[in-house]
Design a protein around this ligand. Sequence first.
Ligand SMILES: [Fe+2]
Length: 491
Amino acid sequence: MAKGSQRVGHEHDHSQPNPEKTAPDSAKSQAATKPALSAVDLRDLESELHQREIALIEREIKSLRLQEELERLRPLSGLYRVVKSMATERKLDALLETITRETQNMLKCDRCSVFVLDQEKSELWTQVAQGLVGARTIRIPMSGTAIVSHCARSGKIINIPDAYKDERFDPAVDKHTGYKTRSVLCVPMRNREGSIIGVFQVLNKLAGPFTSEDEDWLEALTAVASGLIEQAQAYAEIESFVDKTLEVLAQTIDKRDPLTAGHSVRVTNYSLLIGTGLDVIAEDLDVLRYSAMMHDYGKIGVPEAILWKNGRLTPEEYATVQKHASITFDLLNNLPFTKRLGAVPFVASCHHEKLDGTGYYRNLKGEEIPFLSRIIAVADVFDALTSVRHYRNRMPIEKVAEILDAGRDNHFDIRCVDAFDKLPSDRVLKVMESERDRNTSEDISPFQQVSWKRLVEIVSGSRAKRGEEGLKEAFERMYNFGLPKDYKPLD
Ligand SMILES: [Fe+2]
């Protein structure tokens, strides 16, 4: 075939003479002399065109179907995001928030709530009903008239296109919340055994009522969410068990002596305040919490006669007290901490190490000391000095601040002391006064506006600026509350 030929799509039949090779002026006579050939060619062309037309239409249909398919599968990306969050989110609250946010996007609806069944109280509760300002937890009785209660009792999907025309809908709920419900879709959540563990509810589809496809998607999402929620609940139970167990263990040490009661809890809370101020990540905050809680656990191996001694310790006695850090490590190291909390024994046992290497019991220096232990060191010393001890009273806070300052860069990590200084003083006071038997009725809210460092300055005699009036007196009333009249600081 000649170059530039307009014939496309089918092979040229070489048994037939090629019309293009014929002289142009003979074209007319050629058409007349060879009509059969032209008819064949035309038929071919026609069939070719027809086929091409069909192919085009088919392609068009395919593309339309693909678009429809894509639109139909759009919720899949929402499902994917929720499943992905499974790998990263173990905490129930955060998980529920992710699920509801993604469901709203997926189903293009106004609201989404995950109701979790509280078996003991036979109630359905939700924490994330968006738009209800100040009402983060809603509890609904299983036996009630709400749609979610119907759904949980029947175990069936409920799809209501127009709530006000449906007898199962109780308008009192809208009256209470000020929300206008139009369409409702509820899907029951089940655990692996098939028992109801909650209800997924979506409200007010943005365009029209919820379709059967929405039902399918919500069912799929519910299946994923149920597994995640079950897992998060189990995780929360284990976490709370571990938390409580360690707290009770720590208290067995604190409670041996009324004067140290609450020390572990306070050191934990101060440590968490410092850690949060330094933007320590959530997982490390957990290590910090458990380490701080257990830091003095090794004191179980120190005789009470030495721990409770009324007066200064002899060098031998002091050496015995120092052993508590290594005992803490040995005891904690026997506990099967999860990988996530694996650093707890080491972090806890380093709370008496000093940056310059003069601490105990491993004589670690600088960066060798875990950062979390450096936080606990500040919290521990601060609490020891601001608490009454057998051998001395609460130390005046100017003196406490001096000791912390003097320890910068030799005992303490400067960053940790700085972070403590910057804490709002009401937070510090709340921890400081939390475990005291004698409760002052002092209002600590005026302290919100000044940092701990500033409060120390005011108490030390710095002139009170506007809004700081009366803080010195209020602090002193609180700090010295209940101390004997002949109170004399020993240090
Ligand atoms: Fe200690």
